[in-house]
Design a protein around this ligand. Structure first.
Ligand code: FES
Ligand code: FES
Length: 163
């Protein structure tokens, strides 16, 4: 196995070329190579979903993907949402009191962004199922579901995410 491989990954609209270890996870690439620490790492085993990002518009647990596998692909992280003001999806979380410590929030935001990018409006039960890949130890989930539902209802009026 080579010691380093070259990857070129588009992250939040900017291309980044780096030499990385073949076993470097995408989560570590984002956090350590690019300084995008909004992608949180919890379990590193694909269980907590806190590391969720979009890869070519699909929600992916970035601790389960090697950076080398993302070569040539388009990655969207939570940093893509807010510029000077909160993105409407983030505002919906704030308005619905859908976070406490906030550790899981980037994962939920990106999982919701994937649904929004597909233009879908799942029912409450479908949404519960779809977001079940992200674990929160604080909120009890109900307010997260409310926030995502409200955002998906309103999103005709706001900029889509994840594209
Ligand atoms: Fe990736 Fe938990 S850190 S799923
Ligand atoms: Fe604390 Fe979800 S708000 S883990």
């Amino acid at each position: 196995m080579p010691e380093r491989v070259e990857v070129t990954i588009s992250v939040n609209g900017r291309k980044h070329r780096r030499q990385v270890e073949p076993r470097m996870h995408l989560a570590d690439f984002l956090r350590h190579e690019l300084g995008l620490t909004g992608t949180h790492i919890g379990c590193e085993q694909g269980v907590c979903g806190n590391c969720t990002v979009l890869v070519d518009g699909q929600a992916v647990k970035s601790c389960l993907m090697f950076a080398a596998q993302a070569d040539g692909q388009r990655v969207t992280t939570v940093e893509s949402l807010a510029e000077e003001e909160l993105h409407p999806l983030q505002q919906a979380f704030k308005d619905a009191h859908a976070l406490q410590c906030g550790y899981c929030t980037p994962g939920f935001l990106m999982a919701a962004a994937a649904i929004a990018a597909e233009g879908r409006r799942p029912s409450r039960e479908e949404l519960r199922e779809e977001l079940s890949g992200v674990i929160c130890r604080c909120t009890g989930y109900e307010n997260i579901l409310i926030a995502v539902e409200r955002y998906l209802e309103d999103r005709g009026e706001v900029e889509a995410v994840g594209g």
